[in-house]
Structure formats: structure tokens, C-alpha cells
Design a protein around this ligand. Structure first.
Ligand code: MF3
Ligand code: CO
Length: 252
């Protein structure tokens, strides 16, 4: 956790541009989801995402970021985040995390969803539902007067109450003219701690939830994070603005 986070406050005009970016990204994600099919390779999904972002007039945010080679991160089953698109085929019963970002008028937007294919086990379906709901629980705390820890704590408490575990090795982040700004946003920790939240802050909140142990490791490709026990993991992310009237999900 950053000791002295330098959290940038966005003006109203900047928030409007980030809202435009979020709107473009949520449309790209909706179109991408409707084009997915069992039997596709993860590289094919990446190619579709790349062309959808290009048609939107925006730029892909991840390609080239610290040498990352693709438009999306795509993480199947035991892959937690940062899976690199390639020859892996999506099969019946898989759960697939898709993390995608774009740049619009100099502002970043970042979003992730986990999609189930065909008939899922009950446990996999619950993992997806709990992770989506955990994100919403965290977002609900993103309002002026609360502290950063209120977001983190709400996510952890909800996830653990459902018998799943919260990944600690990766966190959410501030977002704006950079993909990753201060503060780091853990998905665990005590309530009422950390920086005070203010109107104009914009956060990418992104719980990663494991069916088994919370621990992860990065594969030799240098990117793909997988669960230590090989059990499935899910991930949802929204870009969220904090306003006087509460949280506004920009990627909705
Ligand atoms: N949403 C991811 C994150 O915040 C972005 C992936 S970074 C990339 O970490 F390098 F893969 F692009
Ligand atoms: Co992110």
C-alpha cells in the first residue's frame, strides 16, 4: 500500500471525458460478449476486441503497456488475471475473465468481466455472481466522507461471508491520464482506514476472487497470474467516479 498516495482530483470537464471513455468501453465490452462462442481461441477474442476498439475511435490501453503484447488480458478458469491471448480454446464449462482498457481523448478507462460458457458447475456460477456482487459492494462505499478502507473492507467481508477468498497479490488503482494512478485499492483490509475519499477521484475497483486459496503465482511468460491450487478465479472491474451525489460507474 502506497504510504503517501497522491490522488489526483479530476475537474468536472475531465470527469465528462472519462465518462465518454467509459461509455465507449462498456459498449465495446457488450459487443465483445455477444460475439463470444465456445471453441474460439483466446487470440480470436483479442482480435475481435482490437477491431471493436478501433471502430469506436479509441486506442487500446494495454497493448505496449510495460511491453504487454495484446489488446485484452484473458484469463481462463485457474488464471486469475493478465492471461495473454493465444491458442487456448474456450470450452464448455469454462469461466473466462476479460480485462480491457482504452484511451479516449487522453483519458483511460478500464473494465473487466468474467463470462461463463455453456453449463457451469454451481460453484463456478456462484463464484462469478459473488465477484460481480463484491464489486458492487465496494463501489457503494466510494463516496465522499468515506475512507479508502471502506471500499476494501466491504469487498473482503462480502467475499469471505460467501466462503471464497480475496486475492491479495493484485489490487485496484486510481485512473485518469494514466492507467495506474494512486491510490492502490486493495480488496481487503480494515474499514475506516486510509485516505479520505473526495469528489473528483476516479478509481478502477477490481476484486479478484478465488474458489480455493487466495495465493497466486505468475507463470514463466511473466504475465499470467494463476491460483496456487489450480482452482478457478473470477474478476470484475469498473471505472468509478466519486461525486457529491455518490459513486458513478463510468463503464456502465
Ligand atoms: N486492468 C489491468 C490492471 O489494472 C490492466 C492490465 S495491465 C496490462 O492491472 F499490462 F496488462 F495491460
Ligand atoms: Co485495472
Amino acid at each position: 500500500m502506497t504510504q503517501n498516495p497522491d490522488i489526483r482530483i479530476k475537474t468536472h470537464d475531465e470527469q465528462m471525458l472519462m465518462w465518454e471513455a467509459g461509455k465507449l468501453l462498456s459498449r465495446v465490452v457488450a459487443d465483445l460478449k455477444s460475439s463470444l462462442k465456445i471453441g474460439m481461441t483466446t487470440a480470436e477474442v483479442d482480435a475481435i476486441a482490437e477491431s471493436l476498439i478501433a471502430s469506436s475511435g479509441a486506442l487500446p490501453a494495454f497493448k505496449g503497456y510495460r511491453g504487454y503484447p495484446a489488446t485484452i488480458c484473458i484469463s481462463v478458469n485457474e488464471e486469475v488475471i493478465h492471461g495473454i491471448p493465444g491458442p487456448r480454446v474456450i470450452r464448455d464449462g469454462d469461466i473466462v475473465g476479460i480485462d480491457i482498457g482504452l484511451i479516449h481523448k487522453e483519458f483511460y478507462s478500464d473494465m473487466a468481466v468474467t463470462v461463463g460458457f455453456g453449463s457451469l458447475t454451481g460453484a463456478r456460477q456462484r463464484l462469478i455472481d459473488v465477484t460481480r456482487q463484491a464489486l458492487l459492494k465496494g463501489i457503494a462505499e466510494a463516496r465522499p466522507g468515506n475512507r479508502l478502507g471502506d471500499i476494501s473492507h466491504a469487498i473482503q467481508e462480502y467475499v469471505e461471508s460467501k466462503g471464497f477468498s480475496v486475492v491479495r497479490d493484485f489490487v485496484g488503482h486510481g485512473i485518469g491520464r494514466e492507467l495506474h494512478e494512486d491510490p492502490e485499492i486493495p480488496n481487503y483490509g480494515p474499514a475506516r482506514k486510509g485516505p479520505l475519499l473526495q469528489s473528483g477521484m476516479v478509481f478502477a475497483i477490481e476484486p479478484m476472487v478465488n474458489m480455493g486459496v487466495e495465493h497466486t503465482k505468475v507463470l514463466p511468460d511473466g504475465w499470467t497470474a494463476v491460483t496456487m491450487d489450480g482452482k478457478p478465479s473470477a474478476h470484475f472491474e469498473h471505472t468509478v467516479a466519486i461525486t457529491e451525489s455518490g459513486p458513478v460507474i463510468l463503464t456502465e
